[in-house]
Design a protein around this ligand. Structure first.
Ligand code: AMP
Length: 216
């Protein structure tokens, strides 16, 4: 039996790992629809906090705009509180968390993960994807300028480019990924949790690969 059958009823607990622009948000949304899981994106949570001008949001903003990581203690308090909510009981996909070994160790203290899906995407593709990425502020859907030319979302929201998707910040985010997050590949591989997926191609193609990987 594959992971799918074994865990679906219990609520799978998955992590999506990969560099910025690997398609974690897009794939998490597709997987959640297919598997009935909750999508937990720490980036989206921080952006919501910022929009609401909470103390946490304002603190995080200084790091986000430079393409740096928000300190582990802030992220861990936020994620721990989220995972204690009843809506998490039926399983979830963590997108953008953990991003450091400290975060991964802390997560292991309170959650037993089923799998970590690593989206592998070459550097040139990452740059292309991020530079054309546009986001809807109302519903959170992500578009790419090469596939979608309109400036508004199907829900009516006016699409925008994330401030930290501009080239200079992206370079820093990729350097931070290499130094802080890439070590998690070996970390989860050693724990026998890592499943590597080729992240090139359309979202549907990648989704089919993920589905196949989790099936018998
Ligand atoms: P994302 O939308 O996942 O690309 O996240 C946007 C930004 O939020 C990142 O560049 C970080 O500054 C911050 N962030 C999101 N998740 C984390 C995390 N797990 N640890 C530290 N910073 C994070």
């Amino acid at each position: 039996q594959g992971l799918f059958e074994l865990r679906k009823g219990d609520g799978m607990r998955l992590v999506l790992l990969g560099p910025p622009g690997a398609g974690k948000g897009t794939q998490a949304a597709l997987m959640c629809r297919r598997l009935g899981l909750l999508h937990i994106s720490t980036g989206d949570m921080l952006r919501q906090e910022l929009q609401a001008k909470t103390e946490l949001g304002l603190k995080a903003h200084a790091y986000i705009e430079k393409g740096e990581l928000v300190p582990d203690s802030i992220i861990l308090d936020m994620v721990r509180a989220k995972l204690e909510e009843p809506e998490c009981e039926n399983g979830y996909i963590l997108d953008g968390f953990p991003r450091t070994l400290v975060q991964a160790d802390a997560l292991a203290q309170f959650v037993e993960l089923d799998a970590v899906i690593y989206l592998e995407v070459p550097f040139e593709i990452i740059i292309k994807r991020i530079s054309g990425r546009r986001r809807c502020p109302k519903c959170g859907v992500i578009y790419h300028t090469s596939h979608y030319e309109k400036s508004t979302c199907s829900c009516g929201g006016l699409l925008y480019q994330r401030e930290d998707d501009k080239l200079e910040t992206v370079k820093n985010r990729l350097a931070v990924y290499e130094a802080e997050t890439r070590p998690l590949i070996a970390y989860y591989s050693q724990k026998g949790l890592l499943r590597t997926v080729d992240g090139e191609g359309t979202p549907e193609e990648v989704d089919a690969r993920i589905a196949a990987l989790l099936e018998p």
